[in-house]
Design a protein around this ligand. Structure first.
Ligand code: DC
Length: 234
Protein backbone atom coordinates (compact mmCIF):
# COMPACT_ATOMS: atom_id res chain seq x y z
CA UNK A 1 0.00 0.00 0.00
CA UNK A 2 1.19 3.52 -0.66
CA UNK A 3 2.18 4.98 2.64
CA UNK A 4 2.26 8.61 1.76
CA UNK A 5 0.42 10.38 -0.96
CA UNK A 6 0.01 14.04 -1.70
CA UNK A 7 -3.06 15.32 0.07
CA UNK A 8 -5.70 15.84 -2.63
CA UNK A 9 -6.43 19.22 -1.03
CA UNK A 10 -2.81 20.23 -1.32
CA UNK A 11 -2.17 23.06 -3.73
CA UNK A 12 1.10 22.01 -5.27
CA UNK A 13 2.95 24.82 -6.98
CA UNK A 14 4.38 23.40 -10.18
CA UNK A 15 5.44 26.86 -11.35
CA UNK A 16 7.06 27.78 -8.03
CA UNK A 17 9.84 30.34 -8.29
CA UNK A 18 12.14 28.00 -6.43
CA UNK A 19 12.40 24.69 -8.29
CA UNK A 20 15.06 22.95 -6.22
CA UNK A 21 15.11 21.04 -2.95
CA UNK A 22 16.17 22.70 0.32
CA UNK A 23 16.93 20.49 3.32
CA UNK A 24 16.71 21.69 6.90
CA UNK A 25 17.98 19.20 9.47
CA UNK A 26 18.74 19.56 13.15
CA UNK A 27 17.43 18.76 16.61
CA UNK A 28 14.11 20.00 17.98
CA UNK A 29 13.82 23.51 19.37
CA UNK A 30 16.02 25.06 16.69
CA UNK A 31 12.99 26.71 15.07
CA UNK A 32 13.16 24.29 12.13
CA UNK A 33 9.43 23.79 11.55
CA UNK A 34 8.49 27.44 11.75
CA UNK A 35 11.31 28.66 9.54
CA UNK A 36 10.91 25.82 7.01
CA UNK A 37 7.23 26.61 6.53
CA UNK A 38 7.81 30.37 6.34
CA UNK A 39 10.67 29.92 3.90
CA UNK A 40 8.49 27.73 1.67
CA UNK A 41 5.76 30.39 1.65
CA UNK A 42 8.29 33.12 0.82
CA UNK A 43 9.74 31.10 -2.05
CA UNK A 44 6.38 29.92 -3.41
CA UNK A 45 7.59 26.37 -2.77
CA UNK A 46 6.02 23.31 -1.16
CA UNK A 47 6.86 22.20 2.38
CA UNK A 48 7.39 18.74 3.87
CA UNK A 49 7.54 18.04 7.61
CA UNK A 50 9.04 14.54 7.75
CA UNK A 51 8.82 14.47 11.55
CA UNK A 52 5.03 14.61 11.18
CA UNK A 53 5.21 11.40 9.13
CA UNK A 54 7.19 9.60 11.88
CA UNK A 55 4.67 10.94 14.37
CA UNK A 56 1.71 9.63 12.31
CA UNK A 57 3.41 6.22 12.10
CA UNK A 58 3.76 6.37 15.88
CA UNK A 59 0.04 7.14 16.29
CA UNK A 60 -0.69 4.05 14.18
CA UNK A 61 1.56 1.92 16.40
CA UNK A 62 0.05 3.30 19.62
CA UNK A 63 -3.52 2.81 18.39
CA UNK A 64 -2.79 -0.81 17.54
CA UNK A 65 -1.60 -1.43 21.10
CA UNK A 66 1.52 -3.17 19.78
CA UNK A 67 4.55 -3.60 22.04
CA UNK A 68 6.90 -0.72 21.12
CA UNK A 69 9.86 -3.07 21.52
CA UNK A 70 8.45 -5.41 18.84
CA UNK A 71 10.01 -4.06 15.65
CA UNK A 72 8.43 -6.66 13.38
CA UNK A 73 4.94 -5.84 14.65
CA UNK A 74 5.58 -2.09 14.38
CA UNK A 75 6.74 -2.53 10.79
CA UNK A 76 3.61 -4.50 9.92
CA UNK A 77 1.40 -1.73 11.34
CA UNK A 78 3.26 1.03 9.48
CA UNK A 79 3.21 -0.96 6.22
CA UNK A 80 -0.57 -1.20 6.45
CA UNK A 81 -1.10 2.43 7.52
CA UNK A 82 -2.12 5.04 4.97
CA UNK A 83 -0.32 8.27 5.77
CA UNK A 84 -1.24 11.29 3.64
CA UNK A 85 0.55 14.57 4.19
CA UNK A 86 -0.15 17.92 2.60
CA UNK A 87 2.83 19.75 1.11
CA UNK A 88 0.98 23.07 1.03
CA UNK A 89 2.74 25.36 3.54
CA UNK A 90 -0.49 27.34 4.02
CA UNK A 91 -2.50 24.23 4.85
CA UNK A 92 -0.37 21.90 6.91
CA UNK A 93 -2.27 18.68 7.57
CA UNK A 94 -1.71 14.97 7.98
CA UNK A 95 -4.11 12.05 7.85
CA UNK A 96 -3.86 8.50 9.05
CA UNK A 97 -6.18 6.04 7.30
CA UNK A 98 -8.31 8.93 6.09
CA UNK A 99 -8.64 10.64 9.48
CA UNK A 100 -6.97 13.90 10.48
CA UNK A 101 -4.34 13.34 13.19
CA UNK A 102 -2.98 16.90 13.29
CA UNK A 103 -3.50 17.15 17.05
CA UNK A 104 -2.81 13.56 18.01
CA UNK A 105 0.67 13.61 16.46
CA UNK A 106 1.63 16.40 18.91
CA UNK A 107 0.35 14.68 22.07
CA UNK A 108 2.74 13.89 24.93
CA UNK A 109 2.08 10.18 24.41
CA UNK A 110 3.06 10.33 20.74
CA UNK A 111 6.11 12.47 21.48
CA UNK A 112 7.27 10.00 24.13
CA UNK A 113 6.98 7.05 21.72
CA UNK A 114 8.23 8.56 18.45
CA UNK A 115 11.94 7.89 18.99
CA UNK A 116 11.27 4.15 19.41
CA UNK A 117 9.20 3.96 16.22
CA UNK A 118 11.57 6.12 14.15
CA UNK A 119 14.53 3.95 15.18
CA UNK A 120 13.09 0.92 13.35
CA UNK A 121 15.04 0.58 10.06
CA UNK A 122 12.09 -0.90 8.13
CA UNK A 123 9.87 1.98 9.24
CA UNK A 124 12.50 4.43 8.02
CA UNK A 125 12.74 2.61 4.68
CA UNK A 126 8.97 2.92 4.16
CA UNK A 127 8.82 6.59 5.09
CA UNK A 128 12.01 7.58 3.25
CA UNK A 129 10.60 6.03 0.04
CA UNK A 130 7.37 8.00 0.50
CA UNK A 131 9.35 11.20 1.21
CA UNK A 132 11.46 10.76 -1.93
CA UNK A 133 8.32 10.41 -4.00
CA UNK A 134 6.91 13.63 -2.57
CA UNK A 135 10.21 15.49 -3.03
CA UNK A 136 10.91 14.27 -6.57
CA UNK A 137 8.94 17.05 -8.30
CA UNK A 138 11.22 19.65 -6.65
CA UNK A 139 10.22 23.14 -5.51
CA UNK A 140 10.16 22.06 -1.88
CA UNK A 141 11.60 22.83 1.56
CA UNK A 142 12.05 19.62 3.55
CA UNK A 143 12.72 19.45 7.26
CA UNK A 144 13.82 16.52 9.38
CA UNK A 145 16.87 14.79 10.79
CA UNK A 146 18.30 12.86 7.84
CA UNK A 147 17.18 14.82 4.77
CA UNK A 148 20.61 16.10 3.69
CA UNK A 149 22.38 12.91 4.77
CA UNK A 150 20.05 10.14 3.52
CA UNK A 151 16.74 11.22 1.99
CA UNK A 152 17.97 13.82 -0.52
CA UNK A 153 21.77 14.27 -0.38
CA UNK A 154 21.78 16.62 -3.42
CA UNK A 155 19.61 19.21 -1.61
CA UNK A 156 20.86 22.81 -2.07
CA UNK A 157 21.17 24.61 0.17
CA UNK A 158 21.69 21.80 2.64
CA UNK A 159 21.24 23.40 6.04
CA UNK A 160 21.87 22.14 9.55
CA UNK A 161 20.23 24.25 12.25
CA UNK A 162 21.57 24.33 15.79
CA UNK A 163 20.80 26.35 18.92
CA UNK A 164 22.02 26.33 22.50
CA UNK A 165 20.28 23.80 24.78
CA UNK A 166 18.68 26.52 26.91
CA UNK A 167 17.28 28.44 23.94
CA UNK A 168 15.84 25.22 22.49
CA UNK A 169 14.12 24.25 25.74
CA UNK A 170 12.72 27.76 26.14
CA UNK A 171 11.27 27.79 22.61
CA UNK A 172 9.70 24.34 22.90
CA UNK A 173 8.25 25.17 26.33
CA UNK A 174 6.74 28.35 24.85
CA UNK A 175 5.12 26.38 22.03
CA UNK A 176 3.76 23.70 24.34
CA UNK A 177 2.87 25.93 27.30
CA UNK A 178 4.99 23.58 29.42
CA UNK A 179 7.62 23.81 32.14
CA UNK A 180 11.11 24.66 30.77
CA UNK A 181 13.03 22.13 32.87
CA UNK A 182 10.68 19.24 31.97
CA UNK A 183 11.00 20.18 28.29
CA UNK A 184 14.81 20.39 28.60
CA UNK A 185 14.86 16.85 29.96
CA UNK A 186 12.62 15.57 27.16
CA UNK A 187 14.75 17.28 24.51
CA UNK A 188 17.95 15.80 25.97
CA UNK A 189 16.37 12.34 26.02
CA UNK A 190 15.17 12.56 22.40
CA UNK A 191 18.46 14.10 21.17
CA UNK A 192 20.29 11.22 22.71
CA UNK A 193 17.99 8.60 21.17
CA UNK A 194 17.89 10.31 17.75
CA UNK A 195 21.70 10.72 17.64
CA UNK A 196 22.60 7.27 18.94
CA UNK A 197 20.22 5.07 16.94
CA UNK A 198 21.83 2.73 14.41
CA UNK A 199 19.57 3.66 11.48
CA UNK A 200 20.13 7.14 10.01
CA UNK A 201 21.10 8.89 13.23
CA UNK A 202 20.87 12.66 13.48
CA UNK A 203 24.20 13.87 12.10
CA UNK A 204 25.45 17.05 10.52
CA UNK A 205 26.42 16.16 6.95
CA UNK A 206 29.97 17.30 6.17
CA UNK A 207 28.75 19.47 3.29
CA UNK A 208 25.89 21.13 5.23
CA UNK A 209 25.83 24.82 6.05
CA UNK A 210 25.48 25.12 9.80
CA UNK A 211 23.32 27.96 11.11
CA UNK A 212 23.24 28.66 14.84
CA UNK A 213 19.84 30.20 15.65
CA UNK A 214 20.46 30.85 19.37
CA UNK A 215 20.59 34.63 18.97
CA UNK A 216 18.47 34.98 15.85
CA UNK A 217 14.73 35.52 15.64
CA UNK A 218 12.53 33.71 13.10
CA UNK A 219 12.64 36.56 10.57
CA UNK A 220 16.42 36.69 10.67
CA UNK A 221 16.73 32.93 10.13
CA UNK A 222 14.23 32.98 7.25
CA UNK A 223 16.07 35.92 5.63
CA UNK A 224 19.39 34.12 5.94
CA UNK A 225 17.95 30.95 4.39
CA UNK A 226 16.28 32.92 1.57
CA UNK A 227 19.71 34.38 0.73
CA UNK A 228 21.23 30.90 0.69
CA UNK A 229 18.40 29.66 -1.54
CA UNK A 230 18.92 32.59 -3.93
CA UNK A 231 22.60 31.83 -4.25
CA UNK A 232 21.88 28.12 -4.73
CA UNK A 233 19.80 29.00 -7.77
CA UNK A 234 16.94 26.52 -7.97
O1 DC B 1 10.73 17.08 14.16
P1 DC B 1 9.84 16.30 15.15
O2 DC B 1 10.15 16.58 16.59
O3 DC B 1 8.39 16.45 14.85
O4 DC B 1 10.23 14.77 14.88
C1 DC B 1 9.65 13.75 15.60
C2 DC B 1 10.62 12.59 15.77
O5 DC B 1 10.81 11.94 14.52
C3 DC B 1 12.00 12.97 16.30
O6 DC B 1 12.17 12.48 17.62
C4 DC B 1 12.98 12.30 15.38
C5 DC B 1 12.17 11.63 14.31
N1 DC B 1 12.53 12.03 12.97
C6 DC B 1 13.44 11.25 12.30
O7 DC B 1 13.94 10.28 12.88
N2 DC B 1 13.77 11.55 11.02
C7 DC B 1 13.24 12.61 10.39
N3 DC B 1 13.58 12.88 9.13
C8 DC B 1 12.32 13.44 11.08
C9 DC B 1 11.99 13.13 12.38
Amino acid sequence: MTNAEPNPDSQATPDAAFAGVISLDGPSGTGKSTVARRLAINLGARYLDTGAMYRAATVAALRSGVDLADRVAITRIVEAAKIEISTDPDRVSIRLDGESVDEEIRSAETTAAVSAVSAVPAVRAILVAAQRELISDGGIVVEGRDIGSVVWPTARPKVYLTAGAEARARRRAGELGADVSAVAEDIARRDNLDSSRAASPLVRPADAIELDTTDLDIDQVVARLADLAASAGG
